[in-house]
Design a protein around this ligand. Structure first.
Ligand code: GLY
Length: 253
């Protein structure tokens, strides 16, 4: 049974970092209700939840994916690119050290977990404003002994690599080719998002199912046509905080 670390939404979420979306009012009670429903979907897909309390001083702390990378052999604490997010890792590290030996990215490296897409033993890292070359060099050195190949991928016009591409099965990626070039992923089958839904490339894979935003029906139809089981969630409020479905959990066996 996989574990899923989640953290309740900070009361200060309205002060979150924003890069590519404009600030809009966030309905906090609705955001919390949607986040609770997301947790229920994770449970229905077999995850054992580890729920961290909200940290109201850390506006973006619900986005636990950005502070750690959990592999089969080790966990790695990132060093988020936004200085306001650097303290978010503390509580997550306290949990993860019960399950894995802990590694860490050190300064001057910066890395957001949202920029890291693992598919098998391949780790793709987006060249975003949040993640830098020093972090990629550190990942190479730390993970090569465990058999991982680390590849740096150019991207544009979005916050994280996983805004632009996510794995939807062992050999298939869901991609927005306007934000990341398909050439980096020549070994994979690709499903393109519907062009009317540019934010639709972020899907959370749990086993053979996908947790997926309900607001992208055209791309959802493409996924279902490919035989993929989709469980939809409404994430309208955390999308205003430039969040998506992968960033709200850390899922590991
Ligand atoms: N609000 C998500 C981020 O910018 O990190």
């Amino acid at each position: 049974m996989p574990y899923a670390i989640v953290r309740e939404i900070s009361a200060s979420i309205a002060s979150c970092e924003l890069s590519f979306v404009s600030r809009e009012p966030i309905d906090l009670p609705l955001a919390r209700a949607q986040h609770a429903a997301y947790q229920r979907v994770l449970e229905a897909l077999g995850c054992q939840l580890i729920v961290l309390p909200a940290e109201d001083a850390l506006a973006d702390a619900v986005f636990v994916e950005d502070v750690a990378l959990v592999l089969d052999e080790v966990a790695l604490m990132t060093r988020p690119g936004a200085a306001s997010r650097r303290a978010e890792g503390r509580a997550v590290a306290t949990v993860l050290r019960k399950y894995r030996p802990l590694l860490a990215i050190e300064a001057p490296g910066t890395l957001d977990g949202g920029d890291v897409m693992r598919v098998g033993k391949r780790i793709f890292v987006g060249q975003s404003a949040r993640s830098n070359a020093s972090a990629v060099d550190q990942l190479l050195a730390l993970l090569a002994p465990h058999g991982y190949r680390v590849e740096s991928v150019p991207m544009r016009d979005c916050l994280h690599l996983k805004s632009a591409v996510t794995a939807v099965s062992d050999d298939t990626l869901l991609i927005n080719p306007q934000w990341v070039s398909a050439t980096a992923f020549a070994d994979f089958k690709l499903i393109e998002i519907d062009p009317a839904e540019p934010h639709a490339a972020n899907a959370l894979r749990i086993g053979d199912a996908l947790v997926y935003p309900a607001c992208f029906p055209r791309t959802q139809a493409r996924l279902q046509a490919a035989g993929i089981e989709v469980r939809t969630v409404d994430v309208s409020e955390l999308q205003k905080a430039e969040g998506a479905v992968t960033c709200c959990s850390l899922v590991f066996e």
